[in-house]
Unconditional design. Structure first.
Lengths: 89, 448
């Protein structure tokens, strides 16, 4: 399955490194990535492929939540279908 | 590939504008639970519900996690109990307690269907159920009840209207929360996922998943972005587009739930359901359109536009639309409505007018405890007449508050919110309600 990961928060050194390293460790492949500073907030959007990931979706979500707390940002992971269904006919 | 703005729009709707799925409701037919003894009926009902809905809450939570969208309630609706229990001797309150126990066991927020459909007349079982309502509602927490007293085809059963006035009064004296869980309908729908009026109609399948969406906050934000200068055409267009997006999400959740549970997908209900949370109010949408305070002149027109545009946008987004589908205006559950009543902008009469153009009716209205049963009945009759003549569902969920005066606040807690006690007309309707019999079904041509 494919999911969208969004990371929003105050910009600090190593956010991308930290998140992408975690994804690497869990065999989650990054298909697309974009990053900007919107209204002073670091905003990163990633499209990822989770086919090879052996952990449950819930586990990944909880671990990303924990990481988000450590680096004071919010990280969301959502199945891509929610965006597709809302914005594509 | 999705673009960044679309992704951020969705995230923003969920994080900042209170977008959520209000409810996944599993409709379970209890037709197979009839038996001659009430204890056997209870046993069969409990077994069937706890088996059919054993994975409902867990599945709801999985979907929440997968899509990152809050699903506020998981609920169950069942066949009207007056039909299920008709063959059994004994006290129906036992069934009410069984439903409550089944709700507790499955972990759902509410269970609906302690209901009777008496638009044309009462069966003996209907009478038993209606008389048991005060005790049944006072001795349960999660069980909701409804009574349909009128329809476009049958007219209005004024005997039932008169009786419900007495019953609602007795409910209010017995338990503070009882009336919040009891709704009186005209033209009740068979696949409604919303409480307190959800039940499974006779044309429904064995088991189905019905989903109710929400999102007043999203609509208000979209209108805010549009600005005060936009024409009504642009306002309607914006609401339609927003309703489309909200409903698509409802459709996705409904399909997913139906697939995971192996249960038929019933409908998506397109209602804009407010919550007491700031930023989740239907009244504030109307105020965003330019109404200074909900309830002032222009409110009905604004609501008519909103209700219609929500349906137009939503219908294309889902393969099956049903339920109540429209904007809800429950006073105690809507921060903007509460404010409007407090400051005197919104009266019971204006609310009645508003119900002519939206779903569903006089909802979560708190009135002084001194109200007479005949006046409650007359309020129900007025609302039922609107539903009957205009071919729409109307409902009354009215809560007499013993010992409270007009202007005092009654707190229900949670999603039910808090309601200011509203002023009622001091003149009586006793002789009108006392007549009894039925108001004949209306003409459906020569409509002007």
């Amino acid at each position: 399955m494919r999911a969208v990961i969004t990371v929003i928060g105050k910009d600090t050194i190593g956010i991308i490194a930290k998140v992408s390293n975690y994804l690497y460790e869990n065999k989650i492949n990054i298909l697309d990535i974009s990053q900007t500073i919107m209204q002073d907030l670091f905003t990163m959007i990633m499209l990822v492929d989770m086919v090879e990931c052996s952990k449950q979706f819930d586990v990944i979500r909880n671990e990303l939540d924990k990481m988000a707390e450590e680096i004071s940002v919010t990280i969301k992971i959502q199945h891509e279908d929610i965006f597709n269904s809302m914005h594509r006919i | 590939m999705l673009n960044k703005n679309e992704i951020m729009e969705t995230i923003n709707m969920i994080s900042n504008e209170h977008l959520d799925i209000r409810t996944i409701t599993m409709g379970i037919s209890l037709g197979s639970c009839a038996a001659e003894s009430i204890d056997r009926v209870c046993e069969k009902i409990y077994d069937k519900i706890t088996f059919s809905a054993k994975d409902l809450v867990k599945t709801g939570e999985e979907i929440e996690s997968r899509f990152g969208i809050p699903i506020i309630n998981k609920r169950i609706s069942v066949t009207p109990i007056s039909q299920v229990a008709a063959a059994a001797d004994g006290d129906y309150v036992k069934i009410a307690k069984t439903l409550d126990k089944a709700a507790e066991e499955t972990g759902v927020n509410f269970i609906g269907g302690y209901s009777a459909l008496v638009q044309k007349g009462f069966t003996n079982s209907d009478r038993k159920l209606i008389e048991s309502l005060p005790e049944a509602l006072a001795s349960t927490n999660k069980m909701c009840a409804s009574v349909n007293i009128g329809s476009i085809k049958a007219g209005i059963n004024m005997d039932a209207v008169a009786r419900m006035g007495e019953i609602i009064k007795r409910c209010s004296e017995k338990d503070d929360m009882a009336c919040a869980k009891l709704v009186v309908f005209c033209n009740a729908v068979e696949d409604n996922p919303f409480m307190a009026g959800a039940f499974v109609g006779s044309g429904e399948p064995e088991c189905a998943i019905n989903v109710g969406v929400s999102g007043p906050g999203v609509v208000r934000h979209a209108l805010e972005k549009l600005g005060k200068q936009a024409s009504f055409g642009e306002v309607a267009e914006t609401i339609k587009k927003t309703a489309f997006k909200i409903t698509r999400m409802g459709q996705l959740v409904a399909e997913e739930a139906s697939k995971k549970l192996g249960v038929e997908f019933g409908i998506v209900d397109l209602s804009l359901a407010p919550t007491p949370a700031i930023g989740d109010s239907v009244a504030h949408i109307l105020e965003e359109m330019g109404i200074e305070k909900c309830g002032t002149h222009g409110t009905t027109a604004a609501l008519a536009l909103l209700n219609d545009a929500v349906k137009k946008g939503g219908v294309m987004a889902s393969s099956y639309v049903g339920g109540l589908s429209g904007a809800f205006i429950p006073v105690s559950e809507d921060a903007g409505m509460i404010d409007a009543v407090k400051c005197g902008a919104l009266s019971l009469d204006k609310l009645e007018a508003m119900t002519c153009v939206c779903s569903v009716g006089l909802d979560m209205i708190v009135v002084p405890g001194t109200i007479s049963p005949a006046t409650i009945s007359a309020i129900i009759a007025d609302e039922a007449a609107i539903g009957m003549i205009n071919t729409k569902t109307t409902a009354v969920r009215i809560i007499p508050a013993p010992g409270k005066q007009v202007g005092e606040i009654v707190d229900f807690g949670g999603l039910l919110g808090q309601g200011p006690v509203m002023n009622i007309n001091p003149y009586g309707s006793e002789d009108f309600i006392k007549r009894g019999g039925r108001i004949p079904a209306p003409l459906n041509s020569l409509k002007n």
